[in-house]
Design a binder for this molecule. Sequence first.
Ligand SMILES: Cc1cc2nc3c(=O)[nH]c(=O)nc-3n(C[C@H](O)[C@H](O)[C@H](O)COP(=O)(O)O)c2cc1C
Length: 174
Amino acid sequence: MICRIICSSRTGNTYALAEAVRDRLREKGMECIGPVRPEEGEREGDLICVGFWTDKGDCSQDVAAYLESLKGQRVFLFGTAGFGGSPSYFEKVLGRVQGHLDPSNCVAGTFMCQGRMPQAVRDRFQAGLEQNPEDKALKGRLENFDRALSHPDQSDLAAAGNAAELAAGNVPGM
Ligand SMILES: Cc1cc2nc3c(=O)[nH]c(=O)nc-3n(C[C@H](O)[C@H](O)[C@H](O)COP(=O)(O)O)c2cc1C
């Protein structure tokens, strides 16, 4: 049984999840290939695990193109997002990401958690707040930024592993 792990990650958050997914599936005796970047990823396997970072409410272009090229695969989707305030936000993002899959594929499981953002983002919010100290939306963004700083943490990595294991359990013969 071959699991392929495909991952796009600019700053390492999603890559950390990809490694946790790989380690867990290997522990369970599955053969795992990857993580590799979407451009280098093969398009067939018993389970295709695809990691994405949230880019304007969707996955990035490289992941979208990879997902759009899959046919008849079982897919486990996992991702990180800077905004972690509500599970319904993760659902919305996952809905958009799944929308890149051809209907011949089947989604065996999904997982998302928050991921820290670069300091430059916080500096921008902070500068905005200095201009408009009463801006509630900016205050909320700043708070969200600080909450994201510790993620993905150990419990996110364990939860990603659990979700991957569950997804693999949904594959006949695994
Ligand atoms: C250009 C860009 C766009 C982003 N858009 C979003 C977004 O729409 N929603 C969100 O929650 N996070 C957004 N983020 C934050 C990243 O998705 C988040 O920090 C993620 O964990 C980065 O993962 P990586 O370390 O694997 O690259 C964006 C980051 C960048 C650089």
